[in-house]
Design a binder for this molecule. Structure first.
Ligand code: ATP
Ligand code: AMP
Ligand code: MG
Length: 185
């Protein structure tokens, strides 16, 4: 298995944007990484099996089929990630209608075997503003305390994932208008 780094953060924290920048920077240094968006793989399977067509609707699918699709997505990602160092764009915890759901339960960790887990963070105010500004997505509108709670729990569960796998945990602050600093970090 090649090196695999999991990149997480609440919706709108800036994972995909930071990853895009990091990929360009790594490429300019001659370091080839592949990026796999876990949500893309989930969406493909959801479309086939559940008829869900919107990425932001997936989290409302009931936990039984959701868990199965998550597991199959992990297998698919692990297969693809075998040959090249990979960044996986994903979530520590998915906020479903019935509660927080682990993005990396034991069976996903066993497939992916991450070397590092990165959490991209921003202040709740910045996250809320990014969600409102980004009209390409249908992210949940939350009060600032809810965004804060999600970020606190992400840190907690990321360290639990680390304890299970021996992965390291890194926290990157993606400050407003200072994307290049987060990319560099
Ligand atoms: P999701 O989990 O929902 O996919 P995400 O964490 O991948 O969310 P992005 O789509 O990367 O989030 O970013 C959300 C929005 O915030 C985008 O419109 C992006 O351009 C903007 N953004 C990201 N980082 C910054 C930054 N440092 N300063 C200002 N805007 C930013
Ligand atoms: P994203 O584009 O990162 O917002 O991902 C879209 C959706 O994919 C999320 O809202 C989740 O429903 C799902 N998803 C992404 N990663 C995982 C994961 N590790 N486990 C379960 N669902 C995931
Ligand atoms: Mg994203």
């Amino acid at each position: 298995m090649s090196r695999l780094v999991v990149v997480t953060g609440v919706p709108g924290a800036g994972k995909s944007t930071v990853i895009e920048g990091a990929l360009k920077q790594l490429k300019s240094q001659g370091v080839g990484y592949r990026v796999i968006n876990y949500g893309d793989v989930m969406l493909e399977l959801m479309r086939e099996r559940e008829g869900v067509i919107d990425r932001d609707e997936m989290r409302r699918v009931s936990t039984g089929p959701y868990r199965e699709i998550q597991r199959d997505a992990a297998r698919r990602i692990a297969r693809v990630a075998k040959r090249k160092p990979t960044l996986v764009d994903t979530h520590c915890l998915v906020k479903k209608p019935d509660g927080y759901y682990p993005g990396l339960p034991r069976w996903v960790l066993e497939e992916l075997k991450p070397e590092s887990i990165v959490i991209i963070e921003a202040t709740p105010k910045e996250v809320a503003a990014r969600r409102t500004r980004d009209v390409t997505r249908k992210r949940d509108k939350e009060i600032l305390d809810e965004v804060m709670e999600h970020q606190i729990l992400n840190r907690a569960v990321a360290t639990a994932y680390a304890a299970l796998t021996g992965a390291t945990v890194g926290i990157i602050h993606n400050r407003e208008g200072r994307l290049s600093e987060a990319v560099k970090e």
